[in-house]
Design a protein around this ligand. Structure first.
Ligand code: PEP
Ligand code: MG
Length: 662
């Protein structure tokens, strides 16, 4: 087995045969032509073929309710239509009497040139988009769109790929994507993400040593391509593909998602993403990237516009939690309506919360819209790129000022829970102090990786240094989780690493409360969690919640339990006042009087632990339990204490009962 290395651009394993996609080698040299009118017609025909192919793919994606994928294709379509470059190409053909291929390339290169040296990776990628579109048109002009696309499962290998190229493939047969060039930020990689197809960019050794028809295993997380893969690796990849497609076929119901030991939320950027999130079973929104509202426009969204959007998302989510993050422009995310000083290292410059502090009016407008929208659902506001406790104090002041303004204006509003992103090593290392000042944490692993490994997240050349599983990053997350829980606040993960199948067990061990991801990954992640839970069943015995003498069900001195009305149960005459977790899972209920607990195991089985008979009458006297609903527990850990003597002195029986709910 030989392994080639690239950069993981979308995680997941796949096994299938290689299909090498050779781009049409078009002849784009300048030729003087005799008949400009028919040359223009040739161009218009090729242009409409590309448009038709993109429109068809966008429709297929919409039919599959893949809004994100459809939007990516539609952006390409918009570039074709909006940039008015078709007109420029036609002018060139008629004024210079040149061939269409030459006119297309020259016009595209001129436009791309304006993006080429842009600092922003995002805009450089848009320049590439234009060149890709030109490629697709010249291929059509030369009649070279004919490379037959496989109708059996395949992994495409190419020097470079554009969304247009993918649009020409049968996406039901496309199992993986590997390219020599390109970055994980390209539209092609984003499209792969929305289709949930493993993807690798920047294959270091190139694709020359790979032949069409070879069977390979690719790993889109590690960025590896295994040639002549071992039997075990093939089986593993096949299993993962089956799990992935089973999850896509919605074998995982919303009810199963509800039983997962961590909450599964969606990352969104628009109102329509919220619809998709609901269809995909999201239990909430873990990250609404509001910067997308500021992008691609000349004016800033005002308070009313923002309020309308936030309210719409909250209403769509029908009471589920919605975490909206304040603007996180800067570095790779550009918005021309927000002015940011030119800096040598924009990723280390004015971005994230620093933008909000630099432009108090922008911040106040967004906060006011958020505070007003909080009246319409379970809103939680989150702040990006935090590095110090003082920043949180300044945020609180800004929130109070926004609230004062709303009060003076006589508006209805509410100050919602507020949390921060842990995406700088500084925030992770002082997370104990920060946790005392906020209501929740959410780990941004994309930036945490960038800042911990000193690695530009948009670089397409540093692939070998991109190691999101680096022990330093895991340690920072572990520290943050421990500090969050020590301070009684929940912690989620909203970066890409959150839904990485290989990390889920570790998140369970750390007690991560919520994972947020692009919504097509939710059912797959739930399937993965179920697989982990199934694995736990072997050693996931249900153990006695107390030390003492076993009492068979029918001898329990309470009719309801003895007759199994609350499910099969056993009693324990306790030796002491300790109650231990009978399984690894979550607390589903803590009685107000603390004499009873509900527990759900990782595999979904539910139990009641009831301490004593008729002990509800003690109204909590003698019981100590600091756990709350949704707290995670590990089998064998002490989860509460009680005083058997207090129960006996009240003339009651201290028998501990554990019942499995039917
Ligand atoms: C992150 O940094 O992991 C994150 C979720 O934020 P963004 O990708 O929007 O920077
Ligand atoms: Mg971030």
């Amino acid at each position: 087995m030989r392994v080639l290395k690239g950069t993981g651009a979308n995680p997941g394993k796949a096994v299938a045969s290689v299909w090498k996609y050779i781009k049409a080698n078009t002849v784009n040299e300048k030729r003087i032509i005799a008949d400009p009118a028919s040359e223009q017609e040739r161009f218009m025909t090729a242009l409409s073929e590309v448009k038709a192919s993109l429109t068809g793919t966008a429709q297929v994606l919409r039919d599959q309710q893949n809004e994100k994928g459809a939007e990516i294709i539609e952006i390409q379509l918009m570039m074709l239509e909006d940039s008015n470059w078709a007109g420029e190409v036609q002018n060139l053909i008629s004024s210079e009497r040149v061939n269409a291929e030459y006119a297309v390339c020259l016009t595209a290169e001129r436009i791309a040139e304006t993006f080429k040296n842009h600092e922003s990776q995002y805009l450089r990628e848009r320049g590439n988009d234009i060149l890709n579109i030109a490629d697709a048109i010249t291929a059509g002009l030369s009649g070279q769109n004919g490379q037959k696309v496989p109708d059996t499962p395949f992994i495409v290998f190419a020097a470079e790929l554009s969304p247009e190229d993918i649009a020409r493939m049968d996406i039901t047969m496309l199992k993986g994507i590997v390219t020599e060039k390109g970055s994980p930020l390209s539209h092609m990689a984003l499209l792969a993400g929305s289709l949930d197809i493993p993807c690798i960019t920047g294959l270091e050794q190139g694709i020359d040593s790979i032949c069409s028809g070879d069977t390979v295993v690719i790993d889109g997380r590690e960025g590896t391509v295994a040639l002549e893969p071992d039997e075990s690796l093939r089986i593993e990849a096949e299993k993962e593909m089956t799990d992935r497609s089973a999850a896509r076929r919605a074998d995982i119901s919303d009810e199963m998602i509800a039983k997962c030991p961590v909450k599964l939320y969606a990352n969104i950027g628009s109102i329509s993403d919220a619809d998709r999130a609901l269809k995909d079973g999201a239990q909430g929104i873990g990250l609404f990237r509001t910067e997308l509202l500021y992008m691609d426009r000349d004016d800033m969204p005002d308070e009313e516009e923002q309020y309308g959007i936030y309210r719409a998302v909250l209403e769509k989510m029908q009471g589920r939690p919605v975490i909206i993050r304040t603007i996180d422009i800067g570095a790779d995310k550009e918005a021309r309506c927000v002015s940011i000083p030119k800096e040598a290292n924009p990723a280390l410059g004015t971005r994230g919360i620093r933008i909000s502090f630099a432009d108090p009016a922008l911040f106040r407008t967004q906060l006011k819209a958020l505070l007003r929208s909080a009246m319409h659902g379970d809103l939680r506001v989150m702040y990006p790129m935090i590095t110090s406790a003082e920043e949180i104090d300044d945020i609180r002041k800004a929130v109070d000022a926004a609230a004062d303004e709303l009060k003076n204006e006589g508006r209805e509003f509410r100050i919602p829970p507020q949390g921060i992103m842990i995406e700088t090593p500084a925030a992770a290392l002082i997370s104990d102090e920060l946790a005392g000042r906020v209501d929740f944490f959410s780990v941004g692993t994309n930036d945490l990786t960038q800042y911990t490994l000193a690695l530009d997240r948009t670089s397409s050349t540093l692939g070998r240094y991109y190691k999101p599983h680096h022990p330093a990053i895991r340690e920072l997350i572990r520290i943050s989780a421990a500090n969050a829980h020590r301070n009684g606040i929940p912690i989620g993960i909203c970066g890409e690493l959150g839904s990485d199948p290989d990390m889920l067990q570790e998140w369970l061990d750390m007690g991560i409360d919520e994972i947020s991801m692009s919504s097509p990954k939710i059912r797959r992640t739930a399937a993965e969690l179920r697989r982990i839970a199934d694995g736990m069943k072997d050693d996931g015995r249900i153990t006695a919640p107390a030390d003492g003498k076993l009492i068979p069900m029918e001898q329990i001195p309470d009719e309801a339990f003895a007759q199994g009305l609350l499910g099969d149960c056993i009693g324990i005459d306790p030796d002491n006042g300790n109650i231990y977790a009978p399984c690894t899972g979550v607390i589903t209920k803590v009685a107000r009087t603390k004499h009873a607990l509900g527990v759900r195991a990782a595999d979904g089985r539910e139990f009641i632990i009831h301490i004593g008979i008729d002990t509800v009458r003690l109204d909590g006297k003698g019981f100590t339990c600091t756990l709350r609903e949704n707290d995670r527990i590990r089998r064998g850990e002490k989860i509460m204490e009680f005083d058997p003597d207090v129960i006996r002195e009240a003339g009651l029986s201290p028998i501990v009962i554990i019942a499995k709910l039917p």
